[in-house]
Design a protein around this ligand. Structure first.
Ligand SMILES: NC(=O)c1ccc[n+]([C@@H]2O[C@H](COP(=O)([O-])OP(=O)(O)OC[C@H]3O[C@@H](n4cnc5c(N)ncnc54)[C@H](O)[C@@H]3O)[C@@H](O)[C@H]2O)c1
Length: 253
């Protein structure tokens, strides 16, 4: 695969799970990767990739602190000008003893925290990252949303669904605005993917859910990373403003 434009990719929520696997895949196809997370273990995750020869660096940033997001460019430094791929992957889905809160029980602070991290931080980071992409006349913004943005699912709360649907909404508007700069903006909507987030509900719940998935298993982070690889490739240059479902057939629009 040839790499278009410059070579830096930024992945949020990259310490573990889907974000780590996406970072690994972007390194495999030749990108330098800036891995950002609230969890300081992101430094170890980046070192793990670097130990295999990758140009991967970790950055600790709490996306719930909306003001600190403005320091992103300074944090990454001079290579920020080479940014050509942004994967907005960080997200939270609050559970209490493994269960979501019902809509009627969600306190305002929990609602606000989910909207801040999943939606507003995503908006702010994207705004900042568009600048080098516009200068370079090339960019790929990939937003990790969720099946929950498009249909009822039993596990996540209403705030999570609202935040993910919000991202999908702005994606379509932004895609129309920045296509003239060679920038595409797309969503990947995973169904149930194996990760720490998914494990919170317990093995028996996940095993039961897997039975209702036509492909007969939960997804793996690699199933999502493969679509990221496609979206950053030359082959996807005519795709913008779309959502690609990665759910084993669990939801078909
Ligand atoms: N696993 C699934 O089944 C599934 C399904 C649909 C969508 N998704 C989405 O995929 C993305 C990745 O999920 P995952 O399953 O790998 O979850 P995960 O919990 O394993 O990883 C999420 C990462 O985001 C980071 N993060 C959380 N809050 C942050 C903050 N305030 N600032 C910076 N980083 C923060 C976490 O530290 C973690 O490394 C999320 O956006 C999630 O909503 C996951």
């Amino acid at each position: 695969m040839s790499i278009q434009g410059n070579k830096l990719a930024l992945v949020t929520g990259a310490a573990q799970g889907i974000g780590f696997t996406i970072s690994e895949r972007l390194v495999d196809v030749g990108y330098s990767v800036a891995m950002l997370d609230i969890n300081p273990s992101v430094m170890e995750s980046a070192k793990l990739l670097a130990s295999k020869g990758a140009d991967a660096k970790g950055y600790v940033l709490d996306l719930s602190n909306l003001n600190s997001i403005r320091s992103l460019q300074a944090l990454i430094g001079v290579s920020f000008k080479d940014l050509s791929v942004l994967v907005n992957n960080a997200g939270i889905s609050p559970k209490h003893q493994g269960k979501k809160r019902q809509f009627i029980d969600i306190p305002l602070d929990e609602w606000q925290r989910v909207i801040d991290i999943n939606l507003t931080a995503n908006f702010l980071i994207t705004q900042i990252c568009l600048s080098p992409m516009m200068n370079n006349q090339h960019g790929r913004v990939i937003n990790i949303t969720s099946q929950a943005a498009r249909t009822r699912t039993p596990i996540p709360g209403a705030h999570y669904a609202a935040s993910k649907a919000g991202i999908a909404g702005y994606t379509r508007i932004l895609a129309g605005e920045v296509a003239q700069y060679g920038i595409t903006v797309n969503c990947i909507a995973p169904g149930r993917i194996e990760s720490k987030m998914t494990a919170e509900v317990g093995d028996s719940v996940n095993a039961e859910l897997a039975k209702s998935i036509p492909i007969g298993r939960l997804g793996k982070p690699q199933d999502v990373a493969a679509v990221v690889e496609f979206l950053v490739s030359d082959s996807a240059s005519y795709l913008t403003g779309v959502t690609i479902d990665v759910n084993g057939g669990n939801f078909m629009a």
